[in-house]
Design a protein around this ligand. Structure first.
Ligand SMILES: O=P(O)(O)OC[C@H]1O[C@H](OP(=O)(O)OP(=O)(O)O)[C@H](O)[C@@H]1O
Ligand SMILES: Nc1ncnc2[nH]cnc12
Length: 175
């Protein structure tokens, strides 16, 4: 089962990046090319009936599997970056997360109005990051088609922030 393989691979780092946070480190997954392929295949299976035009991946860990998945599905990839990194005209959104606050942005020409965008990130915690990404997509007149996560920290109830953007929320490993 993909969920068990993911849970076996990832590790918990206590008190990172701040005291009181148990950080879910996904980097061991990246050393296992079979597991990486199986994760992409599991997402492909989950998404087989979903209609969408492009995948938006969130810096930085959302880039890892977001681009692999977009490439596998022959769809464009849209990088959502932390403020100040994208060189062209951008649209911005601020947000809070488990251990701080930040601003994300996207290139103003990343997609056309009406495009259906699947949002991908490695992990759903409070949902602040993907909520901000959803607001960014809506600012640009895009439609949020759904969400994919490798890991979901269900006890933080991040899904509550997402349901009004899209009910299509796919999480491979839940805690
Ligand atoms: O659901 P939330 O509470 O918003 O938290 C989840 C976000 O936090 C982490 O990113 P982080 O900002 O640490 O950046 P990184 O991917 O560059 O490590 C993770 O990759 C998600 O993007
Ligand atoms: N506990 C956590 N582990 C890894 N990434 C995170 N992003 C937000 N909370 C996190």
């Amino acid at each position: 089962m993909i969920e068990e393989s993911i849970k076996k691979s990832i590790r918990d780092i206590v008190d990172f990046p701040k005291p009181g946070i148990v950080f879910i480190d996904i980097t061991p997954i990246l050393k296992d090319q079979n597991l990486c392929s199986n994760i992409v295949d599991a997402f492909v299976e989950e998404l087989k009936d979903l209609d969408f035009d492009a995948i938006a991946g969130i810096e930085s860990r959302g880039f890892l599997f977001g681009l692999m998945l977009a490439n596998k599905l022959n769809k464009p990839f849209i990088p959502i970056r932390k403020a100040g990194k994208l060189p062209y005209t951008t649209i911005q959104q601020s947000y809070d997360l488990e251990y701080g606050s930040a601003v994300i942005e996207v290139h103003a020409d990343a997609f056309k109005p009406g495009a259906k965008i699947l949002i991908h990130d490695d992990l759903l915690a409070t949902g602040g990051t993907v909520e901000a990404t959803s607001l960014l997509i809506q600012k640009m007149e895009g439609i949020v088609a759904g969400f994919t996560f490798i890991v979901g920290l269900e006890f933080l109830n991040g899904k509550n922030k997402l349901a009004h953007f899209s009910k299509n929320i796919y999480t491979l490993a839940k805690y």
